[in-house]
Design a protein around this ligand. Sequence first.
Ligand SMILES: Nc1nc2c(ncn2[C@@H]2O[C@H](COP(=O)(O)OP(=O)(O)OP(=O)(O)O)[C@@H](O)[C@H]2O)c(=O)[nH]1
Ligand SMILES: [Mg+2]
Length: 439
Amino acid sequence: MFDIREKPQQVERAFLVGAYFDRRKAQESADLLEELKELVQTLHIEVVATELVFAREMTARHLIGKGKAAELMQAARDAGAECIVFDNELSPAQQRAWEGESKLAVIDRHEVILDIFNMRAKTREARLQVELARMEYSIPRLTRMWAHLDRQGGGAGGGAGGAGAARGEGETQLEVDRRMAYKRLDRVKAELEEVKRQRDTMRKERSRVPVPHAAIVGYTNAGKSSLLNHLTQSDVLAEDKLFATLDTTTRRMELPDGQSMLITDTVGFVRNLPHDLVQSFRATLEEAVLADFLIHVVDASSPHAYAFYQTTTEVLAELGAGDKRVLLALNKMDLVEDHRQMELLRQFPEAVFISVQTGQGMEDLFHRIHDMLIDRVVRMDLSIPLDRMDLVAFAHQEGKVLSEDYDRGVADIQCVVPKRFESRFLPFAVTQKKPAKSR
Ligand SMILES: Nc1nc2c(ncn2[C@@H]2O[C@H](COP(=O)(O)OP(=O)(O)OP(=O)(O)O)[C@@H](O)[C@H]2O)c(=O)[nH]1
Ligand SMILES: [Mg+2]
């Protein structure tokens, strides 16, 4: 039976390698390797050493030069590692070559991220999405699994004929294995379709009520869930962990001017996020794609804030949300003290500076959310004759009535209504104001 390998759970010590091929990429590669270390530790694997390697050119067999590869394999064994983790993407053939020669497990960033997602996935949808991504990663690597089994079974045959027979058997087995893998892949895809249909129905239900909708997006650990919790007084899991959130959560929040808004927390992004993973999380991330606007949260205290920002922007574009309106929120400002960091943040002139922890900048954030919604709703002061109480009821039903006064023999009403209903109320408008600044 085809089974996806669970390698990273079995190893305890890892040796990390990051290779770069352009001297100008030295710093970036060092940062990424540092991030890989965090990712590997997230899997509860100890990192015994990290090696940043410069190579003049990529090679088909080992990615880097043969001599350097042999040196690294020895270093990894000497350090007591059971596993070598590459920050670079390895082809199935390269992975096989490294494993064969080092006699250690060899994985890449891609597989590390898949494993973290696998560990974190809780809901049926998240589990299905991760399973899909893992299968797509594993199927081209099936040959390697059989090469292993072959070796284990080897020795029994002996002689040229025996070896040939074994290989023939292996090939058949591989074919069977592949077929089963594809069958399972189809099943997972079908199940995901079903989940997606349910989600679409829910969404349709929701869109009957014209409530604006924002999605919180951003790099992992930026503080997205914390922000959702703060804005909606909820307690979605927020932790100092990479990929704490794998599922979207949608909550209703109230803006200071009385409008309701739906707000969705989403899965975080990371640099070099496996493409198939992004694709398999498409269903979940569709919430972001369909929202009226995005609140992009960036950890302002990180020296890599800009790279985080870029990664998120790129993945969003890949998901078809590249042209969404974005409200950029630089979070964790309580941790920004250093002058140099402030300089770095100048790269985001349009951002609002906040700290979910201290509440700093929250008022600004509300103003900016309000501004994002300006096109959707309009605030009106109305004077409605009492024989048109149906309109008053309509204002209650479709918008938010802020004040209601019947002292003058008419209904004096201040309300916020969806823009598309504005014309119905216009004949009764006293002064039609732009939405006042909240608070
Ligand atoms: N100092 C400080 N820490 C914060 C702030 N906002 C969030 N954090 C912390 O940052 C960590 C990550 O927060 P989360 O809300 O889980 O981040 P996330 O973006 O949802 O992360 P993923 O779900 O993993 O993508 C938690 O330990 C939070 O307590 C802030 O304004 N200041
Ligand atoms: Mg989260």
